[in-house]
Design a protein around this ligand. Structure first.
Ligand code: KG4
Ligand code: ZN
Length: 341
C-alpha cells in the first residue's frame, strides 16, 4: 500500500491530490479563472503569485481530506512540464522539497501524459481502471493543446498530429471573447450553443479534408471575426448569438470528431479516448458518442473534474509509473516548460 501525494501548477489551477492503490483520496483544486478573466487570458506573473498563495492551503486540505499527515506519504509527484515556467517552478520545487525532507522518492510528470491517461479514471470516488485499458486513438483538447495520439499499450504512445496554430479550447475562448464573453469562454459558448442552430451559418472546417492528423483553428476564429464585422447586429440579438455559438462550435467539433474517428479506423483500434478541458463540451461528447457507436468503437471520456487541470491525474499516473518500475526523478530536476510528448 502506497500513499502518493501530487501537485499540479502548470497553468492557472493550483491543485493537490492524494492517491492510494489507484484510488483518489483527495483532489483539491483552487482555480484562478476569475482572477485572469479581467485580462482576457492567463497572466503568468499573477498565476505564479496565486500559486504561491494557494499552495500550502490546498496541500493541507488534500492531506486532511485524505485523513493523512505528511509523515504518512510514501512518494511525492509534481507536474514537471509543459506549462508556464514560473508557475511550474512553484509546484515542482515544493514537491521536491517535500520529498527531500521526508526522504521519499520524487516523480516528475508530463502534464499531457497525465491528461492522456485520465479517461481511465472513473467513478465517485474516482478510481483508476487500468484493468480495462486497451489500445486507443486519443484526443487531448484543452486551452493550450490539441493533440491526437495512438496509444499502442500503456506508456507506449505516439503523437499522430497536433494543432499548427491555436488549440481547440483557445478557439472556443477567442470566439467567446469576440462576442463579449469572459475568459475562459468555452463553458458559456457550450451553454449558449445548446439553444442555437448549428446549421445557421456554415463556418470553415479547417484541415478537415487534409490527409494528415494535424489541426488548425486560427482561421475559424478569423472567419467569425469577419462575420461579425459584416453582421454587427448579431451581437445585439440573443437568438442570433446562440446560433452563432452553435455554428462556430459545430465547426470545431466536426473537425475534432471526424479526424479522431478517421485515425481510429485507419489504425484499427477499438477504443477512442478524449481528455482535457474541451472534453467537457456537451456537443463534442454527444457527437463522439454517436460516431463511435456507429463504428462499434468504445468511447472513454475524462470525467468532470478530471478533464480540466487537476492533481489527481498527475498522482494516478505517477503511482502507475512508480509501481511499473519507472525510476524516481531527481530532486534537482528542472522544470520542462516545452517538454515534448
Ligand atoms: O485542460 P484545461 O483546464 O486547461 C489547459 O491545460 O489548457 O482546459 C481549459 C480549456 C479552456 O479553453 C476552456 O474554455 C475549455 O477548456 N473548456 C470548454 C468547456 N469547458 C472547458 N470548451 C468548450 N466547452 C466546454 N464545456
Ligand atoms: Zn491541461
Amino acid at each position: 500500500m502506497l500513499n502518493l501525494f501530487a501537485l499540479e501548477t502548470s497553468c492557472d489551477e493550483t491543485s493537490a491530490a492524494v492517491v492510494r492503490d489507484g484510488r483518489v483520496l483527495a483532489n483539491i483544486i483552487a482555480t484562478q479563472t476569475r482572477l485572469h478573466a479581467e485580462y482576457g487570458g492567463v497572466v503568468p506573473e499573477l498565476a505564479t503569485r496565486e500559486h504561491l498563495r494557494n499552495l500550502l492551503p490546498v496541500a493541507r486540505r488534500a492531506l486532511a481530506v485524505a485523513g493523512l499527515t505528511a509523515a504518512d506519504l510514501d512518494a511525492v509527484a509534481a507536474t514537471q512540464g509543459p506549462g508556464l515556467p514560473s508557475a511550474l517552478l512553484v509546484g515542482l520545487k515544493a514537491a521536491q522539497s517535500l520529498a527531500f525532507s521526508l526522504g521519499k522518492p520524487f516523480l516528475g510528470i508530463h502534464h499531457h501524459e497525465a491528461h492522456l491517461y485520465s479517461p481511465w479514471i472513473s467513478g465517485d470516488p474516482p478510481q483508476a481502471r487500468f484493468d480495462q485499458f486497451q489500445p486507443s486513438v486519443s484526443l487531448i483538447v484543452s486551452g493550450g493543446h490539441t493533440l491526437l495520439l495512438h496509444v499502442k499499450a500503456e506508456f507506449q504512445h505516439r503523437v499522430l498530429g497536433s494543432t499548427v496554430d491555436d488549440a481547440a479550447g483557445e478557439c472556443f475562448d477567442k470566439v467567446g471573447k469576440l462576442i463579449g464573453l469572459a475568459y475562459p469562454a468555452g463553458p458559456e459558448v457550450d451553454r449558449l450553443a445548446a439553444q442555437g442552430n448549428p446549421r445557421a451559418w456554415n463556418f470553415p472546417r479547417p484541415m478537415l479534408h487534409d490527409p494528415g492528423d494535424d489541426f488548425s483553428f486560427s482561421g475559424l476564429k478569423t472567419s467569425v471575426r469577419y462575420f461579425l464585422e459584416k453582421n454587427p447586429a448579431v451581437l445585439d440579438d440573443p437568438a442570433k448569438l446562440r446560433d452563432l455559438c452553435a455554428s462556430a462550435q459545430a465547426a470545431i467539433i466536426d473537425v475534432l470528431a471526424a479526424k479522431t474517428l478517421r485515425a481510429a479506423l485507419r489504425l484499427g483500434v477499438r477504443c477512442v479516448t478524449v481528455s482535457g478541458g474541451v472534453a467537457c463540451n456537451s456537443a463534442l461528447r454527444r457527437q463522439l458518442a454517436s460516431d463511435c457507436q456507429r463504428h462499434q468503437l468504445e468511447l472513454r471520456l475524462s470525467e468532470g473534474k478530471l478533464s480540466t487541470d487537476n492533481a489527481a491525474m498527475i498522482a494516478i499516473l505517477a503511482e502507475r509509473k512508480f509501481l511499473a518500475g519507472f525510476p524516481a526523478g531527481s530532486l534537482d530536476a528542472e522544470i520542462e516548460p516545452s517538454w515534448a510528448m
